[in-house]
Design a protein around this ligand. Structure first.
Ligand code: SF4
Length: 400
C-alpha cells in the first residue's frame, strides 16, 4: 500500500490564459490543500508534436511555471518539477515499451484524432505513437493513485491502469511468492487467514467487489503486518502478484468551459485569449471591443443575452443579481452593451490583481523560480528512484 498522491502535468505552452486558470489551475490550488501533489512540466511531451521546433520549450517552461505560481500553486504544499530533469521517466517508459502491445497504443482514441487535427505535421513517428505510454510512465513512476483529468482524458488513465496491471501480472511474482504468502497468512492468525481465504475465493470466483474491500479492511486490522507482507497479500487477493506499480484512478474534474473574447472556447489557436497576467488596459480594450448580440445595432434596440458572446462571461464571473440585471436590461434595452460589459471587466481585473502581484516577485528574482524547481526536481527524483529500484528488481536488472 502506498501513500495517496496526485499527479498532473502541462505541456510548456508559455503564458497561460484564463481558460487554463479556470480549467486546471484553480483545481490544482484546491488539490494541493487536500493531497500531496506533484505538478510537472511535460517538456518531453511537447517534443512528440514539436520535435522539429524545440527552441522555444525552455523559455515557455519558465514562463508557464511563473503563471502556476501566480495562480496560487504553492511550492510549500506541492512539488513542482520538470519531466526531463527526472530521467527515470525515460527509463520506465523504455522498460514498459518492452511489454506494451502495439495494438494498445494504436487503440488510444486521441492517437488518430490528433493525427487528423495536426494533419500539416508528420506524426507517423515512434515518439508520437508512444506518448500515451510516456504519460503512463509519468504517472506510474510516482505511484500516483489520483490523476485529475477531464472526461476526454479518461481513456489515458484506463490505459495506464492496464499497463500497471500487465506489469504487476508479469513481474509481480517474486521468487518464492507462494511460500511468502503462506508465511504472511500465518502472521494473520488462523481465524483471520481463514476469513481472508473465503473473501479471496468470493472475489476471484464471483467477482464480488465488496469481498476485496472487506479483505483489505481485514489486513488493516493487523498493524504489525509488514508493508511487504501487506502488498503480497493484496497481490494474492487480486491475483496480480505483488503490486509494484499502482493503478491510478481518474479524479474527474468538471469541464469548465471558459469563453474567449469571441464567445468560443478560450484557446490560443482561436486567438481569443486573455492571459493570466495581461495588463489591465489590454484586458479592458479586448472586452470593450467584444461583439455582442447582432440585434442590438442601436442603443435602444432590445437584445437577447442568449445570442450574445458576453453572456457566457457573465455566467462565469457575475452573481445572480448581476445576471438578472443583464437579462432585464438587455431585453428591455435598459442598459447599453458597454455598461453591461463593465462588471465582467471589473471581475477579471479583480481576479488577475493578486496573480500579477505574486508573479512580480518571481519576475524580479528569476533565481527564486529556479530554486523552487531545483528542489521539486530533487524531491520528484527521489520518489522516482524508489519506484525504479523496485521495477529493476522485479525485472532482474540488478547489477549492483
Ligand atoms: S446588453 Fe449585454 S448581454 Fe445584451 S447584447 Fe449587450 S453585451 Fe450582450
Amino acid at each position: 500500500m502506498y501513500a495517496q498522491r496526485v499527479l498532473s502535468g502541462m505541456r510548456p505552452t508559455g503564458s497561460l490564459h484564463l481558460g487554463h486558470y479556470h480549467g486546471v489551475l484553480k483545481n490544482w490550488v484546491r488539490l494541493q490543500n487536500e493531497y500531496p501533489c506533484l505538478f510537472f512540466v511535460a517538456d518531453w511531451h511537447a517534443l512528440t508534436t514539436q520535435y522539429d521546433d524545440p527552441q522555444g520549450i525552455v523559455g515557455a517552461t519558465w514562463e508557464m511555471i511563473i503563471d502556476w505560481l501566480a495562480a496560487g500553486v504553492d511550492p510549500a504544499r506541492a512539488t513542482l518539477f520538470i519531466q526531463s530533469q527526472v530521467p527515470e521517466h525515460a527509463e520506465l517508459h523504455l522498460l514498459l515499451s518492452m511489454m506494451t502491445p502495439l495494438g494498445w497504443l494504436e487503440r488510444v482514441p486521441t492517437y488518430k484524432d490528433q493525427q487528423e487535427k495536426l494533419e500539416n505535421k508528420d506524426l507517423s513517428t515512434y515518439g508520437f505513437l508512444g506518448y500515451p505510454l510516456l504519460q503512463a510512465a509519468d504517472i506510474l513512476i510516482y505511484r500516483a493513485d489520483k490523476v485529475p483529468v477531464g472526461e476526454d482524458q479518461v481513456p489515458h488513465i484506463e490505459f495506464s491502469r492496464e499497463i500497471a496491471r500487465r506489469f504487476n501480472h508479469l513481474y509481480g511474482r517474486e521468487a518464492g511468492f507462494a511460500e511468502k504468502v503462506a508465511e504472511a497468512l500465518n502472521r494473520l492468525g488462523a481465524r483471520r487467514a481463514r476469513r481472508y481465504e473465503e473473501l479471496r475465493t468470493r472475489y476471484q470466483e464471483q467477482g464480488e467487489p465488496s469481498a476485496i474491500e472487506r479483505a483489505q479492511a481485514l489486513l488493516d486490522e493487523v498493524p504489525a503486518l509488514s508493508l511487504a507482507d501487506r502488498e503480497r497479500l493484496r497481490g494474492h487477493l487480486e491475483g496480480t502478484g505483488k503490486m509494484i506499480l499502482v493503478e491510478p484512478a481518474a479524479l474527474l474534474t468538471a469541464a469548465a468551459r471558459m469563453p474567449g473574447v469571441d464567445g468560443q472556447k478560450m484557446s490560443k489557436s482561436y486567438g481569443n485569449t486573455i492571459t493570466l497576467r495581461e495588463d489591465a488596459a489590454s484586458v479592458t480594450h479586448k472586452l470593450r471591443r467584444m461583439p455582442t448580440d447582432p440585434a442590438r445595432i442601436r442603443r435602444n434596440d432590445p437584445g437577447e443575452p442568449g445570442n450574445c458572446p458576453v453572456w457566457p462571461l457573465h455566467q462565469v464571473y457575475s452573481d445572480e443579481a448581476c445576471r438578472a440585471w443583464v437579462e432585464q436590461g438587455c431585453r428591455s434595452a435598459g442598459i447599453g452593451c458597454l455598461e453591461c460589459k463593465q462588471p465582467v471587466i471589473d471581475a477579471i481585473l479583480r481576479e488577475q490583481a493578486p496573480m500579477r502581484e505574486r508573479a512580480q516577485e518571481y519576475i524580479e528574482q528569476p533565481e527564486l523560480v529556479r530554486e523552487i524547481v531545483a528542489e521539486g526536481n530533487r524531491k520528484a527524483r527521489h520518489l522516482a528512484r524508489e519506484t525504479m529500484r523496485d521495477v529493476r528488481q522485479a525485472l532482474g536488472l540488478n547489477f549492483g
